[in-house]
Design a protein around this ligand. Structure first.
Ligand code: MG
Length: 260
């Protein structure tokens, strides 16, 4: 069921959005060559505790997960692109890191992801990340009340295909509210002008994710981490946004923090 939020409820969702933005900015700034993925999770856990937030991931156990996630952040490295389970691994020069983070505060969820390289980047990784970010920015700009969900999907697909990347549609954006994953589903590929009309009060996570040279995923033995089947690298960008009569509000916006 698709739920619409009042302007007052959207205001109540801001603290969770701001906390997720600040946490991703902090973790990104602190993540460098040599940082262990377990330390990123520990730091995130600490920040959650101090803020009185509630992790959406730690008890998360959907049908496709082998067991509850057990950590508070997804760390997907290189050919890992989604649902990366933090484990004992120290980042190496040139690693492509995707962090995906969701919590609730006062009962409202925010969900966001960022990708970046530690150490010396490869040009092809920067291009992959840049394309993912451009797709997200354009998709957010299309999230207005004169459009439909298909316009968001088509925008992501156009930019991704335009840069030569194919798209896997197994996972995409989703409604966000009291729980992390609600209706509607926001596919990363689709037809403009089709699907549910974007209404005032709709709060959604938009999350393009791209793989360099394949659209096929494989799951790690940990039961969670999803990797490119051909070992090519992946990038993931996500924001939680509220659609209003005055345009989209990016609840997890980090740009004012000046760190990305
Ligand atoms: Mg997410």
């Amino acid at each position: 069921m698709i739920e619409l939020r009042t302007p007052a409820e959207i205001e109540q969702m801001r603290p969770a959005g701001r906390f997720v933005a600040e946490t991703l900015a902090t973790l990104r700034a602190d993540t460098r060559v040599g940082t262990n993925l377990m330390d990123i999770d520990r730091r995130a856990h600490d920040l959650i505790r101090r803020a009185g937030a509630v992790s959406c991931y730690i008890d998360y156990h959907p049908s496709f997960g082998a067991m509850p996630f057990g950590k508070v952040i997804c760390t997907s490295i290189n050919d890992g692109v989604l649902h990366g389970l933090p484990h004992d691994y120290a980042l190496r020069d040139g690693d492509l890191v995707s962090l995906d983070f969701a919590v609730s505060i006062d009962g409202w969820v925010a969900d966001s992801a960022v990708s970046f390289v530690v150490g010396t980047p490869r040009d092809e990784d920067l291009r992959l990340i840049d394309t993912t970010e451009r797709a997200l920015a354009a998709a957010i700009a299309a999230a207005t009340t004169d459009h439909r969900i298909g316009d968001i999907s088509a925008t992501i697909a156009e930019i991704s295909h335009g840069a030569g990347y194919s798209i896997n549609t197994d996972f995409g954006g989703h409604g966000v509210g009291r729980v992390m994953h609600g209706d509607p589903h926001i596919p990363n590929d689709g037809k403009a002008g089709r699907g549910y009309p974007l209404r005032e009060g709709l709060v959604i996570a938009i999350e393009p994710w791209l793989l360099e040279t394949t659209d096929e995923l494989v799951t790690d033995p940990d039961g969670w981490t999803l990797r490119a089947a051909d070992g090519s690298r992946g990038s993931h960008s996500e924001h939680t946004i509220a659609i209003t009569a005055d345009g989209p509000i990016v609840l997890t916006d980090r740009s004012f923090l000046g760190v990305d």
